[in-house]
Ligand binder design. Structure first.
Ligand code: GLA
Length: 423
């Protein structure tokens, strides 16, 4: 199993914070005012529900994006990253705040620039800043490196300018940056996870009213492990497939006369599916191509399948919570696997590598497994008994080799803290 330097221990974190501050000094010629961190995430259950006013349950990873930052008084924003990863290519990007305009293809700097733009648009007194980033969140792996970058920027600016915003508000501003500035129509889950998760917990979030509950998720204490399997198939939300799935959900809600698919009760699902079958919208809902691009017969979901996924997925979140509350963590395994089947067969956002990871995990004795995040690549999560973790990881790696896929990167998801100030 790959062991990554995630800066998990306090000593690691202190060292990384010092290095990030030191690098800031080299780049900008003075020590930063502070250093902040925000994590990547996996989602335990509740996929493609957040833009349907539904339920999600992410947890933060120990992998973080760090930002060293100082305010500026001349209306200039400078951003720099040395890692060539989620947060840049070693170049310093300099932007004037009064010239910030939403622009697709703005590169990595669009994420922090979008956050500043969103804050100013909201009327918040945010001025310029120098920022240097360092990240251990894998990029394009469906682990929300962009949300980590946005949220760490929002938190740094909140502190630098004494705004006193709540974590949820910071997440909303970060989401606004991604929606309106970067141009990706994501929901609120990833930014909320980065901003609000806490050590040792999964975060239950009702995306309709944004109520939250920290649900204890003590894997180690129960002799369990949650593995992340990064398939290394690059995951991109901006490619249109995500937006098309979202549009199909909205079409389904309209056809059913509800505000959002959240409003379709699980008990009323059969009736809703019958009504969709009888309505024009339900019949003409699909299909979409596998990449959400050109329509291809039989290759994408129809509106009924999309509705069925969202309604059953919300139910699975409630069931997972009930089992965790009852202290029966092992019992969530089958719900995770059922969630994967629904994303694969109904919502159609999986891919062969994700399916293989889930299948190989099951065959090797995992308690449950599913793709996590937007899909079309990225990562899966696998719940295993701790003593079986290495064997299950090895079986998945072997299955990938046998299928001719590049080796996946496998590491434990330790439920970790959300965004915070380090220095
Ligand atoms: C991406 C988006 C989230 C959410 C998931 C799917 O991660 O950023 O808002 O919609 O996909 O659950």
């Amino acid at each position: 199993m790959t062991r990554t330097d995630t800066g998990r221990t306090t000593a690691d974190q202190d060292r990384r914070a010092r290095q990030t501050a030191e690098r800031f000094r080299e780049v900008y010629g003075a020590a930063p005012a502070g250093v902040w961190a925000a994590p990547g995430r996996v989602n335990l259950i509740g996929e493609h529900t957040d833009y349907n006013d539904g339920f999600v349950m992410p947890l933060a990873l120990p992998h973080t994006t760090l930002a060293a930052a100082s305010p500026r008084t001349d209306g200039v924003l400078r951003v720099h990253s040395g890692d060539g990863g989620s947060s840049g290519d070693g170049q310093t990007v300099e932007l004037r705040l009064d010239a910030l305009r939403p622009a697709p293809d703005g590169g990595w700097a669009a994420y922090p620039a979008g956050v500043v733009w969103a804050m100013r648009e909201a009327g918040l007194p945010v001025g310029g800043a120098d920022l240097h980033y360092d990240s251990t969140v894998p990029v394009g792996a469906g682990l929300s490196s962009s949300a980590a970058l946005e949220v760490v920027t929002a938190l740094a600016l909140d502190d630098l300018y004494g705004l006193g915003l709540t974590r949820q508000r910071l997440a909303q501003l970060a989401q606004r940056a991604e929606n309106a500035f970067v141009g990706v129509p994501c929901g609120i889950m990833d930014q909320t996870a980065a901003a609000c998760c806490t050590d040792g917990h999964a975060l239950f979030l009702d995306t309709r009213d944004l109520t939250q509950r920290q649900v204890p998720f003590d894997l180690a204490g129960e002799g369990l492990r949650l593995l992340v399997v990064d398939t290394r198939v690059k995951h991109e939300l901006g490619d249109g497939a995500y937006a098309q799935r979202r549009a199909m959900c909205e079409r389904g809600a309209r056809a059913l006369g509800v505000h959002a698919l959240r409003d379709v009760q699980y008990a009323h699902l059969p009736e809703a599916l019958r009504r969709l079958a009888a309505s024009e919208d339900g019949q003409e809902g699909g299909p979409l191509g596998p990449e959400g691009g050109s329509p291809g017969p039989g290759s994408g979901p129809d509106v009924r399948a999309v509705v069925r996924h969202v309604v059953t997925e919300n139910r699975r979140v409630e069931d997972v919570i009930a089992r965790l509350d009852a202290g029966d963590t092992r019992a969530i395994g089958p719900l995770l696997t059922a969630g994967h089947a629904s994303l694969r067969d109904d919502f159609r956002v999986s891919c062969p590598e994700l399916d293989l990871a889930v299948e190989a995990a099951g065959a090797a004795g995992a308690l449950g497994a599913r793709m996590t995040g937007g899909g079309f690549g990225g990562s899966a999560v696998v719940l295993v008994e701790e003593p079986a973790a290495d064997t299950v990881a090895a079986r998945i790696t072997e299955a990938f080799a046998a299928a001719g896929h590049a080796a996946p990167r496998i590491f434990p998801a330790v439920p970790s803290a959300g965004a915070r100030r380090l220095v």
